[in-house]
Ligand binder design. Structure first.
Ligand code: SF4
Ligand code: SF4
Length: 441
């Protein structure tokens, strides 16, 4: 079987998916109380629609999107609003949240169902997606209705089934168990964007998912599956486009300028369910894994569930983990507050032991150039890290620091364990702030 990939940089890293990749998705019963942040996406926070004492239904809108880049928020249970106050996210950052006491009835409220969604207008599809509060569920959290309205014509929709980060298997399981729904979502995205072709890119280490999707696309001549080489960061948007359609996203350009729009597996399924069931985005599948988890699983969990309840459902922890990460180990941030809630773009929770983690030691650079060899964007991470660390942001800008996709491969590969990606992230933020300041003055 031909396996495609991107040509520059990249590397093989341990998958560590075996603890969960063959485990079917299990459902975590809704907790007694959910804490639903009003900001779970890229863009502006929602405006609150409820107050303390209100009764709400499961799927009811509790936060409205009043800004252009924003997505509404819905209740994941039925019950009573017992507080509207600032609560910590997993990162520890506090945001305005709605606290709802679950009445255990799951009394639903749904939007109209559109079984014949392929006859709907593109605008009508985008409106359903917007009202359902769907955002990129692979981690980006960008409001999907905006992505379905590209500023230029596109011809191809790519579903990102690479899931190249170690440990994560939620998209794998969703493709294996819900391929027809994902294909329905793909067709809806094609209808909304006017794209004629749909391609699902899947890494070769998911044969059951490949088989399920190939079965689901039978009879759809415009759809195909591309099997991808197992190589990190195969699932990064630019690397995926290059591998699947052999087009390069130029520096500073949008992916849609290549005629492609990329969507995540879970997002496509959420779109299908919003259209055919009238269901809002109030639950998601999360991979809970890592050597410090007693019973690693893929769990369907309500948005707003405290992380500690999710970990408890997976048997709890084996002693004190070295670190808990929200998302994948290469790009996900450390979890600071276990009482923080599951949000729409949380794909995984990893509790890792000491022997699974390599902490940054920041020994001196030995000029081995391994970071340069693996960088999939053709950058010089050693120099970018150094310049950022010293605050020379403009110089880092001249070396294209903004093109860094923050894949973390340079830090992972560095024999001196230098915190390259951390410094580069700081450098990108520093450069952006500096340029914004210059624009104002
Ligand atoms: S984190 Fe950035 S600089 Fe480092 S390898 Fe990835 S793209 Fe290159
Ligand atoms: S991999 Fe590390 S030690 Fe080697 S050149 Fe890059 S920063 Fe220096």
């Amino acid at each position: 079987m031909i396996q495609r990939t991107f040509p520059r940089g990249g590397g093989e890293i341990p998958h560590r998916k075996e603890a969960t990749d063959q485990k079917p998705i299990v459902v975590l019963p809704a907790p007694a109380e959910v804490v639903i942040p009003l900001h779970q996406h890229i863009g502006a926070p929602c405006e609150i629609l409820v107050q303390k004492g209100d009764r709400v239904k499961m799927g009811q809108k509790i936060g409205e999107a009043k800004q252009f880049v924003c997505a509404p928020i819905h209740s994941s249970v039925s019950g009573e609003v017992i507080a509207v106050e600032e609560r910590p996210l997993l990162s520890g950052k506090k945001v305005l949240s709605v606290v709802i006491k679950n009445d255990g009835k799951d009394e639903p409220i749904t939007a109209p169902a559109h079984k014949d969604f392929l006859k709907m207008s593109p605008d009508a599809i985008r409106q359903v997606v917007k009202e359902a509060g769907i955002v990129g569920m692979g981690g980006a959290g960008f409001p999907t209705h905006i992505k379905l309205n590209p500023p230029m014509p596109v011809d191809t929709i790519i579903i990102n089934g690479a899931e190249c980060e170690p440990y994560l298997t939620c998209d794998h399981r969703l493709m294996a168990e819900k391929a027809p729904e994902m294909v329905g979502g793909l067709l809806a995205i094609m209808r909304a964007t006017g794209a004629a072709k749909g391609i699902v890119g899947i890494e070769a280490n998911k044969p059951d998912a490949i088989a399920a999707v190939e079965e689901a696309i039978k009879g759809h001549e415009q759809l195909s599956v591309v099997v991808l080489q197992v190589r990190y960061p195969q699932g990064a948007e630019k690397q995926l486009i290059k591998a699947v359609v052999n087009k390069e996203v130029p520096s500073g350009c949008l992916p849609c300028e290549t005629g492609c729009v990329v969507n995540n597996v879970h997002t496509a399924i959420a779109i299908y369910e919003a259209l055919t069931l009238g269901k809002a985005s109030f639950e998601r599948v999360v991979t809970v894994s890592g050597g410090a988890v007693v019973d690693p699983r893929n769990v369907l969990v309500r948005i707003g569930t405290p992380l500690e309840a999710l970990l408890e459902f997976c048997g709890g922890l084996l002693g004190e983990p070295a670190v808990i990460i929200g998302g994948g180990p290469m790009t996900g941030p450390a979890v600071v507050d276990l009482k923080g809630p599951v949000v729409k773009n949380l794909s995984g929770v990893l509790a890792l032991r000491d022997d699974e983690v390599a902490f940054d030691e920041n020994r001196p650079c030995i000029r081995c150039a391994r970071c340069v060899q693996v960088c999939p964007m053709g950058l010089t991470p050693n120099l970018l890290g150094e310049l950022s660390h010293k605050g020379f942001y403009e110089k880092a800008g001249k070396l294209r620091i903004q093109d860094c996709i923050e894949c973390g491969l340079c830090s992972y590969t560095c024999p001196s364990k230098r915190a390259l990606v951390t410094w580069i992230k700081d450098g990108k933020a520093g450069l952006a702030a500096q340029r914004a300041k210059e624009k104002v003055s």
